[in-house]
Design a binder for this molecule. Structure first.
Ligand SMILES: NC(=O)C1=CN([C@@H]2O[C@H](COP(=O)(O)OP(=O)(O)OC[C@H]3O[C@@H](n4cnc5c(N)ncnc54)[C@H](OP(=O)(O)O)[C@@H]3O)[C@@H](O)[C@H]2O)C=CC1
Ligand SMILES: C[C@H]1O[C@H](OP(=O)(O)OP(=O)(O)OC[C@H]2O[C@@H](n3cnc4c(=O)[nH]c(N)nc43)[C@H](O)[C@@H]2O)[C@@H](O)[C@@H](O)C1=O
Length: 321
């Protein structure tokens, strides 16, 4: 199968390109910039199955021509301005790329007779949920912030568009992926923050946050879930959650990092993350429930937190400096 990945040079894009190429698919990465050097190293053995086209999803004409010239059968639409901090720096550009970009992808997909568009949605579409219950796809979305709002708008548009025209649309709501090639994440909500502190020998002593939950998911599992959605013969739903399916607390994460790097000087107190940063509170939610994804796509996460953090630490150790 020929699969085009928009934003294929990004963090998730690169892992998705890898998972698809490993499964024997021919992959076209459509992105404004090519793979970084570490990404090239990551994909080294698969180069013969991967093509790169420099392009923007806002350039509908070029996107359409690319679909036709490669006779693309499936699109993974990963291109987006990602995360609330980035969205706040350029709200209009975020609206354009994330929503209008998705509209262009769908129109051109229908014109080029692409069978399926697999959209990367986000766990942030559920919004903050202080009861921390597992979240099923039927839960009403309550996005908070510009980024999550644009992700929700694009998903809703995609579902409506697919009802009108001859193209399948499926949204994968992804939560908390971590691992090699991830961009800089400065917040203690992220695995990277603790791994970097351990490797840099920095002391971190947070008064609170140990009970803060997050359904950390090793990125290779996320990418396998996306590949499964491309290959699945018949999709019965428009929305599937992709996550480890369980919450870990930051205390558990810190303990894992300390077990793997015994000299690390990391401490975290009880309760949820607190402070002036509103993102701590808006990030509070339970794990995404992956029952539907298990049953329908045959997806099940394979990498537990210890294994994932260990692999990530080893990769960071070689690639940080
Ligand atoms: N990482 C995460 O925690 C999560 C991510 N997601 C979603 O997954 C997708 C991928 O995220 P991730 O890989 O982490 O993000 P990255 O920022 O690493 O990658 C996004 C990619 O999209 C490209 N891009 C941005 N705008 C355009 C455009 N207009 N046309 C073409 N390409 C564009 C970027 O190119 P360049 O950098 O050159 O501008 C980049 O290569 C996004 O849709 C995001 O919303 C969902 C849930 C969690
Ligand atoms: C699943 C998810 O995982 C990653 O995001 P993240 O790790 O959650 O971190 P974030 O900083 O993007 O947002 C955390 C939450 O906090 C809100 N948020 C943030 N900063 C402000 C802020 O400044 N104000 C307000 N009100 N809310 C904010 C925001 O709306 C969200 O609810 C992404 O890379 C992303 O791709 C993704 O999809």
């Amino acid at each position: 199968m020929k699969v085009l990945v928009t934003g294929g040079s990004g963090f998730l894009g690169t892992h998705i390109v890898k998972a698809l190429a490993e499964a024997g698919e021919e992959v076209i990465n459509y992105s404004p910039s090519g793979f970084s050097e570490p990404a090239m190293a990551y994909l080294a053995d698969l180069a013969s199955r991967i093509h790169y086209v420099e392009g923007d999803v806002l350039d509908a004409g070029q996107f359409g021509r690319t679909l036709k010239s490669y006779q693309v059968e499936c699109i993974v639409h990963a291109a987006a301005i990602n995360g609330e901090p980035a969205a706040r720096r350029c709200p209009e550009r975020t609206l354009a790329s994330n929503v209008m970009g998705t509209a262009n992808v769908l129109t051109q997909a229908a014109l080029a007779r692409v069978r399926r568009v697999v959209y990367l949605g986000s766990g942030t579409q559920y919004g903050p949920r202080l009861d921390l219950r597992p979240l099923r796809e039927e839960e009403p979305a309550r996005p908070c912030g510009i980024y999550a709002t644009t992700k929700q708008m694009a998903e809703m548009y995609g579902i409506e568009y697919a009802n009108l025209f001859e193209v399948e649309f499926v949204s994968l709501r992804i939560s908390a992926p971590y691992g090699p090639l991830e961009k800089i994440k400065p917040s203690p909500m992220h695995v990277q923050f603790w791994c970097r502190a351990a490797l840099e020998g920095r002391e971190v002593n947070l008064a609170s946050g140990g009970d803060h939950p997050r359904d950390f998911t090793y990125v290779s599992d996320t990418a396998r879930g996306v590949a499964a959605a491309c290959r699945c013969e018949k999709l019965r739903y428009n929305i599937y959650n992709i996550s480890s399916g369980r919450s870990y607390t930051l205390r558990e994460l810190v303990e894992v990092v300390k077990r793997l790097r015994p000299g690390a000087r990391l401490r975290i107190g009880e309760g949820f993350l607190a402070g002036d940063n509103p993102s701590f509170r808006t990030s509070l939610r339970g794990p995404l429930d992956i029952s539907r994804t298990r049953n329908e796509l045959g997806f099940s996460p394979e990498v537990d937190l210890v294994t994932g953090v260990n692999e990530y630490l080893e990769w960071l150790d070689e690639n940080l400096w």
